[in-house]
Design a protein around this ligand. Structure first.
Ligand code: XMP
Length: 325
Protein backbone atom coordinates (compact mmCIF):
# COMPACT_ATOMS: atom_id res chain seq x y z
CA UNK A 1 0.00 0.00 0.00
CA UNK A 2 1.26 3.44 -0.84
CA UNK A 3 1.82 5.36 2.35
CA UNK A 4 2.86 8.69 0.85
CA UNK A 5 0.49 11.60 0.77
CA UNK A 6 -0.48 12.23 -2.87
CA UNK A 7 1.27 15.35 -4.15
CA UNK A 8 -1.98 16.58 -5.66
CA UNK A 9 -3.73 16.55 -2.28
CA UNK A 10 -4.84 20.01 -1.26
CA UNK A 11 -4.18 21.26 2.27
CA UNK A 12 -7.47 20.98 4.19
CA UNK A 13 -7.67 24.40 5.80
CA UNK A 14 -11.24 25.54 5.27
CA UNK A 15 -14.61 24.12 6.33
CA UNK A 16 -15.47 23.68 2.65
CA UNK A 17 -12.40 21.56 1.96
CA UNK A 18 -13.10 19.60 5.15
CA UNK A 19 -16.65 18.89 3.97
CA UNK A 20 -15.31 17.66 0.64
CA UNK A 21 -12.78 15.40 2.39
CA UNK A 22 -15.56 14.02 4.62
CA UNK A 23 -17.80 13.26 1.62
CA UNK A 24 -14.98 11.51 -0.22
CA UNK A 25 -14.01 9.47 2.82
CA UNK A 26 -17.59 8.46 3.55
CA UNK A 27 -17.93 7.11 0.01
CA UNK A 28 -14.62 5.30 0.26
CA UNK A 29 -15.34 3.83 3.70
CA UNK A 30 -18.74 2.55 2.57
CA UNK A 31 -17.21 0.97 -0.51
CA UNK A 32 -14.49 -0.75 1.53
CA UNK A 33 -16.51 -1.83 4.54
CA UNK A 34 -19.79 -2.69 2.80
CA UNK A 35 -22.04 -4.26 5.47
CA UNK A 36 -19.24 -5.52 7.71
CA UNK A 37 -18.37 -4.35 11.22
CA UNK A 38 -15.52 -2.08 12.22
CA UNK A 39 -13.86 -1.89 15.63
CA UNK A 40 -12.20 1.22 17.05
CA UNK A 41 -10.31 1.90 20.27
CA UNK A 42 -11.72 5.30 21.19
CA UNK A 43 -9.42 7.01 23.66
CA UNK A 44 -11.09 10.40 23.44
CA UNK A 45 -7.95 11.93 21.91
CA UNK A 46 -8.29 14.12 18.83
CA UNK A 47 -7.38 11.48 16.24
CA UNK A 48 -9.51 8.59 17.47
CA UNK A 49 -12.44 10.94 18.11
CA UNK A 50 -12.33 12.32 14.57
CA UNK A 51 -12.07 8.81 13.10
CA UNK A 52 -15.05 7.74 15.21
CA UNK A 53 -17.19 10.71 14.15
CA UNK A 54 -16.30 10.12 10.49
CA UNK A 55 -17.10 6.40 10.64
CA UNK A 56 -20.35 7.00 12.51
CA UNK A 57 -21.37 9.30 9.67
CA UNK A 58 -20.40 6.70 7.08
CA UNK A 59 -21.54 3.39 8.57
CA UNK A 60 -23.48 4.29 11.74
CA UNK A 61 -23.86 1.28 14.05
CA UNK A 62 -21.56 -0.93 12.01
CA UNK A 63 -18.85 0.89 13.94
CA UNK A 64 -18.19 -0.49 17.40
CA UNK A 65 -16.21 1.86 19.62
CA UNK A 66 -14.47 0.58 22.71
CA UNK A 67 -13.47 3.14 25.32
CA UNK A 68 -11.20 1.78 28.02
CA UNK A 69 -11.07 3.93 31.13
CA UNK A 70 -7.77 2.96 32.73
CA UNK A 71 -8.44 5.15 35.75
CA UNK A 72 -5.64 7.49 34.71
CA UNK A 73 -7.79 9.78 32.59
CA UNK A 74 -8.17 13.45 33.37
CA UNK A 75 -11.23 14.65 35.24
CA UNK A 76 -14.40 14.35 33.15
CA UNK A 77 -12.69 12.87 30.10
CA UNK A 78 -14.29 9.42 30.00
CA UNK A 79 -17.64 11.00 30.84
CA UNK A 80 -17.24 13.33 27.85
CA UNK A 81 -16.53 10.39 25.53
CA UNK A 82 -19.73 8.69 26.68
CA UNK A 83 -21.75 11.91 26.47
CA UNK A 84 -20.56 12.87 22.99
CA UNK A 85 -20.44 9.48 21.32
CA UNK A 86 -23.19 7.47 23.01
CA UNK A 87 -25.66 10.21 23.93
CA UNK A 88 -25.17 12.80 21.19
CA UNK A 89 -23.94 10.77 18.20
CA UNK A 90 -25.84 7.60 19.11
CA UNK A 91 -22.75 5.49 18.60
CA UNK A 92 -22.35 1.82 19.35
CA UNK A 93 -20.02 2.38 22.32
CA UNK A 94 -18.68 -0.18 24.73
CA UNK A 95 -17.44 1.58 27.85
CA UNK A 96 -15.07 -0.43 29.99
CA UNK A 97 -14.23 0.86 33.43
CA UNK A 98 -10.97 -0.96 34.09
CA UNK A 99 -9.69 1.51 36.71
CA UNK A 100 -9.45 -0.98 39.54
CA UNK A 101 -7.60 -3.47 37.38
CA UNK A 102 -4.97 -0.95 36.36
CA UNK A 103 -4.51 0.47 39.85
CA UNK A 104 -4.07 -3.03 41.28
CA UNK A 105 -1.42 -3.92 38.71
CA UNK A 106 0.41 -0.66 39.34
CA UNK A 107 0.45 -1.03 43.11
CA UNK A 108 3.96 -0.43 44.42
CA UNK A 109 5.45 0.01 40.93
CA UNK A 110 7.86 2.95 41.04
CA UNK A 111 9.88 2.83 37.86
CA UNK A 112 8.40 5.04 35.11
CA UNK A 113 9.19 2.75 32.18
CA UNK A 114 7.72 -0.23 34.01
CA UNK A 115 4.60 1.81 34.72
CA UNK A 116 4.37 2.67 31.01
CA UNK A 117 4.79 -0.97 30.00
CA UNK A 118 2.17 -2.23 32.45
CA UNK A 119 -0.34 0.42 31.37
CA UNK A 120 0.30 -0.18 27.65
CA UNK A 121 0.13 -3.98 27.88
CA UNK A 122 -2.95 -3.98 30.06
CA UNK A 123 -4.68 -1.55 27.73
CA UNK A 124 -4.18 -3.95 24.82
CA UNK A 125 -5.34 -6.86 26.97
CA UNK A 126 -8.57 -5.13 27.96
CA UNK A 127 -9.24 -4.04 24.39
CA UNK A 128 -8.56 -7.53 23.05
CA UNK A 129 -10.87 -9.09 25.63
CA UNK A 130 -13.66 -6.88 24.33
CA UNK A 131 -12.77 -7.65 20.71
CA UNK A 132 -12.91 -11.41 21.31
CA UNK A 133 -16.46 -11.07 22.67
CA UNK A 134 -17.63 -9.49 19.44
CA UNK A 135 -18.79 -11.46 16.44
CA UNK A 136 -17.97 -10.89 12.78
CA UNK A 137 -15.73 -7.89 13.06
CA UNK A 138 -13.64 -7.58 9.90
CA UNK A 139 -12.02 -4.18 10.20
CA UNK A 140 -10.00 -2.29 12.75
CA UNK A 141 -10.14 1.49 12.45
CA UNK A 142 -7.18 3.53 13.62
CA UNK A 143 -6.51 7.22 14.09
CA UNK A 144 -3.17 7.05 12.27
CA UNK A 145 -2.22 10.49 10.96
CA UNK A 146 0.47 11.48 8.46
CA UNK A 147 3.17 12.41 11.02
CA UNK A 148 2.80 8.89 12.51
CA UNK A 149 3.60 7.45 9.09
CA UNK A 150 6.48 9.85 8.47
CA UNK A 151 7.97 9.20 11.90
CA UNK A 152 7.87 5.47 11.46
CA UNK A 153 9.24 5.32 7.91
CA UNK A 154 5.96 4.23 6.46
CA UNK A 155 5.41 1.51 9.01
CA UNK A 156 2.96 2.63 11.67
CA UNK A 157 3.33 0.93 15.02
CA UNK A 158 -0.10 -0.62 14.80
CA UNK A 159 -2.23 -1.49 17.74
CA UNK A 160 -0.91 -4.89 18.62
CA UNK A 161 -3.77 -7.32 18.45
CA UNK A 162 -1.37 -10.02 19.60
CA UNK A 163 -3.72 -11.40 22.22
CA UNK A 164 -6.34 -12.30 19.66
CA UNK A 165 -6.77 -15.72 18.03
CA UNK A 166 -4.92 -16.16 14.72
CA UNK A 167 -8.12 -16.27 12.69
CA UNK A 168 -9.18 -12.89 14.02
CA UNK A 169 -7.26 -10.87 11.51
CA UNK A 170 -8.47 -7.37 10.90
CA UNK A 171 -8.17 -5.25 7.81
CA UNK A 172 -7.28 -1.67 8.63
CA UNK A 173 -9.32 1.46 8.06
CA UNK A 174 -7.20 4.60 8.46
CA UNK A 175 -9.09 7.51 6.92
CA UNK A 176 -6.82 10.20 8.41
CA UNK A 177 -3.53 8.69 7.38
CA UNK A 178 -2.63 11.49 4.96
CA UNK A 179 -3.67 14.36 7.23
CA UNK A 180 -1.57 16.63 9.37
CA UNK A 181 -2.82 17.49 12.86
CA UNK A 182 -4.26 20.89 11.91
CA UNK A 183 -6.20 19.21 9.08
CA UNK A 184 -7.55 16.58 11.46
CA UNK A 185 -8.80 19.42 13.66
CA UNK A 186 -10.44 21.20 10.71
CA UNK A 187 -12.20 17.93 9.83
CA UNK A 188 -13.20 17.42 13.49
CA UNK A 189 -14.74 20.90 13.54
CA UNK A 190 -16.62 20.20 10.32
CA UNK A 191 -17.95 16.96 11.84
CA UNK A 192 -19.38 18.99 14.72
CA UNK A 193 -17.25 17.54 17.51
CA UNK A 194 -17.00 19.74 20.64
CA UNK A 195 -14.19 22.29 20.80
CA UNK A 196 -12.75 20.66 23.93
CA UNK A 197 -12.25 17.42 22.02
CA UNK A 198 -10.97 18.86 18.73
CA UNK A 199 -8.47 21.21 20.39
CA UNK A 200 -7.51 18.91 23.22
CA UNK A 201 -3.87 19.27 24.25
CA UNK A 202 -1.61 16.24 23.80
CA UNK A 203 -2.15 13.68 26.53
CA UNK A 204 0.22 10.73 26.97
CA UNK A 205 -1.11 7.17 26.67
CA UNK A 206 -0.18 6.36 30.29
CA UNK A 207 -2.17 9.42 31.29
CA UNK A 208 -1.97 10.70 34.84
CA UNK A 209 0.02 7.55 35.67
CA UNK A 210 3.26 9.33 34.77
CA UNK A 211 2.21 12.51 36.58
CA UNK A 212 1.60 10.78 39.90
CA UNK A 213 5.30 10.21 40.46
CA UNK A 214 6.71 6.95 41.73
CA UNK A 215 4.34 4.29 43.05
CA UNK A 216 0.78 5.49 42.35
CA UNK A 217 -1.42 6.01 45.38
CA UNK A 218 -5.09 6.88 45.22
CA UNK A 219 -4.82 10.06 47.28
CA UNK A 220 -2.02 11.49 45.13
CA UNK A 221 -3.72 10.36 41.91
CA UNK A 222 -6.83 12.29 42.97
CA UNK A 223 -4.63 15.30 43.82
CA UNK A 224 -3.16 15.18 40.29
CA UNK A 225 -6.61 14.85 38.72
CA UNK A 226 -8.19 17.66 40.75
CA UNK A 227 -5.26 20.07 40.41
CA UNK A 228 -5.08 19.37 36.65
CA UNK A 229 -8.79 20.19 36.34
CA UNK A 230 -8.27 23.48 38.22
CA UNK A 231 -5.29 24.40 36.05
CA UNK A 232 -7.22 23.66 32.83
CA UNK A 233 -10.19 25.65 34.08
CA UNK A 234 -8.12 28.73 34.95
CA UNK A 235 -6.02 28.57 31.76
CA UNK A 236 -9.25 28.42 29.78
CA UNK A 237 -10.84 31.31 31.73
CA UNK A 238 -7.70 33.38 31.11
CA UNK A 239 -8.09 32.73 27.37
CA UNK A 240 -4.72 30.96 27.23
CA UNK A 241 -5.77 27.43 26.24
CA UNK A 242 -4.80 27.87 22.59
CA UNK A 243 -1.62 29.75 23.46
CA UNK A 244 0.05 27.09 25.57
CA UNK A 245 0.89 23.81 23.88
CA UNK A 246 0.68 21.57 26.91
CA UNK A 247 0.01 22.25 30.59
CA UNK A 248 -0.64 19.92 33.48
CA UNK A 249 0.17 19.23 37.10
CA UNK A 250 2.44 16.70 38.74
CA UNK A 251 2.43 15.32 42.27
CA UNK A 252 5.76 13.94 43.54
CA UNK A 253 6.05 11.09 46.00
CA UNK A 254 7.58 13.08 48.83
CA UNK A 255 5.83 15.25 51.37
CA UNK A 256 6.62 18.73 52.50
CA UNK A 257 5.91 20.55 55.73
CA UNK A 258 2.88 22.77 56.00
CA UNK A 259 0.68 24.27 58.68
CA UNK A 260 -2.99 23.48 58.98
CA UNK A 261 -5.21 24.72 61.81
CA UNK A 262 -2.15 25.91 63.72
CA UNK A 263 -0.50 22.49 63.54
CA UNK A 264 2.31 21.10 61.43
CA UNK A 265 1.11 18.97 58.56
CA UNK A 266 3.05 16.86 56.10
CA UNK A 267 1.31 17.21 52.79
CA UNK A 268 2.03 16.88 49.08
CA UNK A 269 3.41 19.56 46.79
CA UNK A 270 1.79 20.13 43.38
CA UNK A 271 4.00 21.18 40.47
CA UNK A 272 2.55 23.13 37.56
CA UNK A 273 4.15 22.29 34.22
CA UNK A 274 3.48 24.29 31.06
CA UNK A 275 5.40 24.28 27.79
CA UNK A 276 5.39 25.64 24.30
CA UNK A 277 6.94 23.66 21.50
CA UNK A 278 6.64 22.88 17.82
CA UNK A 279 7.64 19.24 17.76
CA UNK A 280 8.03 18.29 21.45
CA UNK A 281 11.77 17.74 20.87
CA UNK A 282 12.64 21.02 22.57
CA UNK A 283 10.30 23.21 24.58
CA UNK A 284 10.20 26.57 26.31
CA UNK A 285 8.31 27.63 29.40
CA UNK A 286 5.69 30.32 28.82
CA UNK A 287 5.62 33.40 31.04
CA UNK A 288 2.14 32.85 32.39
CA UNK A 289 0.73 35.97 33.97
CA UNK A 290 1.42 35.96 37.72
CA UNK A 291 -2.23 36.66 38.54
CA UNK A 292 -3.25 33.50 36.67
CA UNK A 293 -0.62 31.41 38.43
CA UNK A 294 -1.66 32.83 41.79
CA UNK A 295 -5.33 32.03 41.11
CA UNK A 296 -4.41 28.45 40.18
CA UNK A 297 -2.23 28.11 43.27
CA UNK A 298 -4.87 29.57 45.62
CA UNK A 299 -7.52 27.26 44.23
CA UNK A 300 -5.34 24.15 44.43
CA UNK A 301 -4.38 24.96 48.02
CA UNK A 302 -7.96 25.48 49.10
CA UNK A 303 -9.74 22.86 46.96
CA UNK A 304 -7.39 19.88 46.75
CA UNK A 305 -7.10 17.83 49.95
CA UNK A 306 -3.63 16.93 51.18
CA UNK A 307 -1.75 19.65 49.28
CA UNK A 308 0.19 22.39 51.06
CA UNK A 309 2.50 23.80 48.40
CA UNK A 310 2.35 24.76 44.70
CA UNK A 311 5.36 25.24 42.43
CA UNK A 312 5.84 26.38 38.84
CA UNK A 313 8.42 24.41 36.88
CA UNK A 314 10.71 26.83 35.00
CA UNK A 315 12.81 24.21 33.19
CA UNK A 316 12.93 24.17 29.40
CA UNK A 317 13.38 20.98 27.38
CA UNK A 318 16.37 20.28 27.49
CA UNK A 319 17.73 19.68 29.88
CA UNK A 320 14.35 18.71 31.36
CA UNK A 321 11.79 16.60 29.52
CA UNK A 322 8.20 17.80 29.29
CA UNK A 323 6.81 15.07 31.52
CA UNK A 324 8.42 14.46 34.91
CA UNK A 325 8.62 10.72 34.34
P1 XMP B 1 8.82 14.28 27.01
O1 XMP B 1 8.48 14.10 28.46
O2 XMP B 1 9.54 13.09 26.43
O3 XMP B 1 7.42 14.38 26.24
O4 XMP B 1 9.56 15.56 26.74
C1 XMP B 1 7.27 14.73 24.90
C2 XMP B 1 5.79 14.58 24.56
O5 XMP B 1 5.43 13.20 24.56
C3 XMP B 1 4.40 12.97 25.50
N1 XMP B 1 4.68 11.68 26.15
C4 XMP B 1 4.04 10.53 25.89
N2 XMP B 1 3.05 10.25 25.03
N3 XMP B 1 3.08 8.00 25.77
C5 XMP B 1 2.55 8.98 25.00
O6 XMP B 1 1.61 8.71 24.25
C6 XMP B 1 4.09 8.21 26.64
O7 XMP B 1 4.53 7.28 27.34
C7 XMP B 1 4.59 9.55 26.69
N4 XMP B 1 5.57 10.12 27.42
C8 XMP B 1 5.62 11.44 27.07
C9 XMP B 1 4.43 14.14 26.46
O8 XMP B 1 3.16 14.35 27.08
C10 XMP B 1 4.87 15.26 25.55
O9 XMP B 1 3.76 15.78 24.83
Amino acid sequence: MNNLRPESMERINTPKLADRFIEEQIAQIRETVKDEKVLLALSGGVDSSVVAALLIKAIKKQLICVHVNHGLMRKGESEEVVEVFRNQLDANLIYVDASERFLKLLEGVQEPERKRKIIGNEFIKVFDEEAIKLQDVSFLAQGTIYPDILESDGVKAHHNVGGLPEDMQFRLVEPLKFLYKDEVRTVGDALGLPYSMVYRQPFPGPGLGVRCLGAITRDRLEAVRESDAILRDEISKAGLSTQIWQYFTVVPDFRSTGVRDGKRAFDWPVIIRAVNTVDAMTATVPEIDYAVLKKVSDRILSEVPGVCRVLYDLSPKGPATIEWE
